[in-house]
Design a protein around this ligand. Sequence first.
Ligand code: HEM
Length: 495
Amino acid sequence: MASHSCPVVRHGPNKLTFNSAQALQGEIGPSRRFGYAGAHHFEVDIYNNDKIIKSHVYSACQLEPGVDSVFSVRDMNDHRRKRKLIGQALAERSIRTFEPLMVEQVDVFLGILARSSQSSTAVDMTPCCKRLGVDIIGLLTFGRHLNTQTNPRYRFMVDNLSWANYQSNILFQFPLLASMGVPQILYILSYAEFSKYMKQLENLVMGRLAQDRDAHHDLYSVTGGAFSTESPKGIQASEFWSEALFFFPAGARLTISPRVAMCILIGSEIGGDTASTAVAGLFFYLSRNPKVYKKLAEEIRSNFSKGSEIQGPRLARCQYLRACIDETLRMSPPVSGTPWRELRSGEDGPLIVDGHVIPRGTQVGVSIYSLHRNENYFSDPDVYLPERWLVEDEAVRSKMNSAFAAFSSGSRGCAGKAMAYLEVSLVVAKTLWYFDFDKAPGRMGWLGGGSPRNVGRRGKVDEFQLYDTFSSTHEGPNLVFRPRGDHWKEIGVTE
Ligand code: HEM
């Protein structure tokens, strides 16, 4: 990981990770160009340049050779087509249509908190947020209620997500291991679990395809069935399956074939895992920063007069809430590592990034975590300070924005940003409407932060600790909820 004092780090053979806004998205002001002008070289930024594409390691995410998801595809024209289709499902307008279904799931989450509040039992927010994320994404992808929040039946599809993500990330970082038979061994070891998962996933996909296209507002209906469901090798080799798998955050706990592992890894990253990391992170920081908590609670409680009003454009206008979310994503970005890129074959080199001449065949990228801790862009980078996003000075704001990389940047940046903001806003604002909360007493309350026994970043007790698995694993925080007056009676108690 590039430290904030170090602008570029050799991450491995033929891999360089940068730590500047310039490498991320070019200079603010006149744009730079790539290539030669006589003897003069122009520098490039990594993520906003059509001469640079996703690194070859993303090909490992293909479900079958030649069957890509929007995430894995490297060819620019193919990507444009897929992104346009996925973009329809994730566009702000589509997400607004989907919002009532999301609210329904958030209400189930609130019911669970209501129940815990009656006995003052501490709630571990990581599993709660993950299940909520999976239930939401199950509806968005398959129009199907998985009910993992209340019913253990499908929880096997989300439990132990972290272990398989961890394995898959190793293959992503060290693709050579895939050719050394490591994934095959792991696959054999977990065959039974994997089969169970794939069977369940097939039921979900086939169940959806058996219904009318417009039966639900989901990936299938919005993309108009434009993704092919046909393949000589059956549904599991089809484009729709690949996209569904990419979205759907389940199953990544399984130790599986390298290809499927990668697809599922990415599915988990994209679908629900990233958003649930942001939700758990925001709960963590609120429970450690009483002034921020108070100010955010005031914003929510003064802007609405009923919990059921908390949604739509009024919620989107809550500026302090947005600042708290951005500050959480800055401090603990759910995708914290380096999205790798490389020069497209056939393009002239050399590539010049941040003044460094990069030989062809080198993977380059920006370390999201490091850039977010870079003092050149963020003063007191280790302090959780939502107010920094609301400063009046436009030059300061624009400098910070140029280095904010939580959703990456450019044409391959996150397609689900609107959905992510909506989900985090809804969950946290509604929770603050119905409840007050504190971190659990004693050692239980430490969960999620660094340990005082550790040195360096892992010793930071007030930093929500993430472990990079392309997306992230984490624990906690453990919180105790108290009902706010009688408001909770509106939501009911979930068993
Ligand atoms: C806070 C939550 C989220 C964060 C921090 C996040 C972050 C990211 C990042 C960093 C990438 C680029 C990865 C790369 O280049 O390798 C990405 C891509 C993507 N994300 Fe997200 N994501 C979030 C939530 C979501 C959600 C909820 C969805 C949809 C349900 C989604 C859909 C996508 C898609 C489709 C791509 C691939 C875009 C492309 O290659 O064209 N994301 N996300």
